[in-house]
Design a protein around this ligand. Sequence first.
Ligand code: GTP
Ligand code: MG
Length: 147
Amino acid sequence: MEKTFLMVKPDGVQRALIGEIVSRFEKKGFQLVGAKLMNISEDLAKEHYGEHKERPFFGELVDFITSGPVFAMVWEGKDVILTARNMMGKTNPSEAAPGSIRGDYAVQVSNNIIHGSDSAESAVREIGLFFKEEELVSYDKAVAVWI
Ligand code: GTP
Ligand code: MG
């Protein structure tokens, strides 16, 4: 089954949105297979956001993502990568649709609450960066037949 890496960023943790965000993905019908509250080191931040290292905001991005704990998660489900991106909303909260996480809870692009893998390749790479194999749990849910 497809997996994606999602992370409540430091602003989402500070604003007490972990429960709300987890709840949205649970209610949608996706399955949580790994999660942890953690601080991101500068090295991990630079690696995770490596694709943006030439961007003018790279320093700010690394400072922000290391500024407080994040809630890192792995979710599983059919088309979960794309669907989670749609549930998050556009990168800039001012363009994110109402009903999406960024559309409902964020104002500025630099504080947009949640990260989600943007492709199958990024999902594999990011899950590997944040989680050890043994930290992911494989289990069946009886309700799966109804989703
Ligand atoms: P992530 O899920 O966090 O990767 O966001 P994204 O995939 O929707 O956007 P992208 O990967 O293009 O950019 C990564 C992050 O950089 C965004 O989520 C923003 O928080 C941040 N970012 C993008 N543009 C700006 C900017 O102009 N200024 C600042 N400070 N941050 C920016
Ligand atoms: Mg991105």
